[in-house]
Write a protein that binds this ligand. Structure first.
Ligand code: THG
Length: 374
């Protein structure tokens, strides 16, 4: 490869950037206009650590959109078709966000910090513009902005021990997606049981960007006894676990998908009395029924290398969907992938194929997740 992507001023550096450089980061991607580590040079070892030990990830690119003010709860509910009426202060929720036509434009974790204060911990799209514009157009009393908040994830079966060593045994009682405002050596942060893996763990939402280096070192020091190592959200593990990646699995325009297609039907409260963006369109989609569905795939042949996806999914000469990401899973001894496929193509049972750079490969549908987590 005779090209590289340079580090420039248009893309933001995370508060952990220098710490990850010092610890040997080898590649970055860009997410929410911010560099996010890809690998520290040992993808296999980083995967094994996540599965059997503990890893620390710079996920500051999971930016927060804060809603603060008398109409914050009203805005939060208007932004998502998921019912928030039973969400308590200190609780997080996975909330699909749709546009007015019912297509997904983000799938954040919502944190309710107070009755009048929320964070949307967003996937890779500019939700701050969307939410801010809706609030202003409606004349609601709520400030919408990106606060100085930068998550650091601790993931893996030993993540709880590391986090307890840092904060105390109370963290062991924290329920999934619940969080607490706390501090570490004077560094203000929100501690949540969450993270983009199914191996268990926590996310430390740093609330002072000038302390990124300090927080990274504190976690590294407490984790040393558990052989913690740096890593990044892992494509193989997320495919095995069936975790959704907005931007890869669906995206506004090019690869649009509805919450029904993505399997979020049970998260929608379309019969509740509250109004939300896209409600009419979603009711229409529900009445019309969904043709496409999210599915896993097992891809035949030798181990796939690299990541050629997104790929058109073919049945004979007809395009019947697309595969958004593929990888070879050693744990499953199989090539796996996820995508969206016409239900009718599955009913027919006729052979499916994708075209990899080296040639066509047959594949068959598989249910998600491929593998269990913790
Ligand atoms: N943590 C935080 N912010 C995030 C992510 C995260 N922002 C970007 C991205 N990830 C948002 N998307 C997701 C997608 C899946 C999950 C969380 C955020 C997830 N899903 C579980 C599952 O699918 O099994 C649980 C969903 C549920 O119980 O409702 O965890 O990871 N801070």
């Amino acid at each position: 490869m005779n090209y590289s992507i340079h580090i420039g001023p248009n893309i933001r550096q995370s508060p952990y950037f220098q710490a990850t450089v010092a610890d040997g980061v080898r590649s970055f991607s860009v997410y929410n206009h911010m560099y996010i580590p890809g690998t520290f040079g040992d993808p296999e070892g980083e995967y094994q650590r996540l599965m059997t030990g503990v890893v620390m990830w710079d996920v500051a690119a999971q930016r927060q959109v804060e809603l603060h003010g008398p109409d914050a709860a009203r805005l939060a509910q208007y932004l998502t078709p998921r019912d928030l009426s039973k969400t308590r202060v200190g609780q997080g929720r996975y909330v699909p966000i749709c546009d007015h036509d019912g297509w997904l434009i983000n799938d954040p974790v919502l944190l309710k910090l107070a009755e009048d204060r929320f964070w949307l911990s967003i996937a890779d799209s500019d939700l701050v513009l969307w939410a801010g514009a809706i609030a202003r157009e409606r004349g609601w009393q709520v400030e919408v902005f990106e606060p100085d908040v930068s998550p650091l994830a601790i993931q893996g079966p030993k993540a709880e021990d590391v986090t307890a060593a840092l904060f105390g045994d109370w963290v062991r009682e924290l329920k999934y997606f619940w969080f607490k405002q706390t501090e570490l050596q004077g560094i203000p942060l929100v501690l949540a049981r969450s993270g983009w893996s199914k191996q268990g763990g926590f996310e430390l939402y740093l609330q002072d960007g000038s302390r990124g280096w300090d927080l990274w070192q504190a976690v590294k020091a407490a984790g040393a006894a558990f052989d913690i190592g740096p890593g990044a959200p892992n494509d193989i593990e997320r495919l095995e676990s069936g975790l959704i990646s907005y931007g890869a699995d669906m995206r506004r325009q090019e690869f649009r998908a509805s919450p029904f297609e993505m399997g979020f039907a049970s998260l929608l409260a379309l019969d509740a009395s509250f109004d939300c963006v896209g409600k009419a369109a979603l009711l229409g989609m529900r009445a019309a029924g969904t043709k496409r569905q999210r599915s896993g795939f097992i891809i035949d042949g030798p181990a796939v290398v690299g990541n050629a996806a997104p790929l058109t999914l073919w049945q004979g000469g007809s395009a019947v969907g697309w595969v958004s990401e593929i990888a070879h899973s050693k744990r499953l001894a199989a090539n796996i992938g996820v995508g969206l496929v016409d239900g009718a193509a599955l009913d027919g049972g006729a052979a499916l194929h994708i075209n990899l750079p080296e040639g066509a490969r047959s594949l068959r549908p598989a249910s998600l997740p491929f593998a269990g987590g913790r």
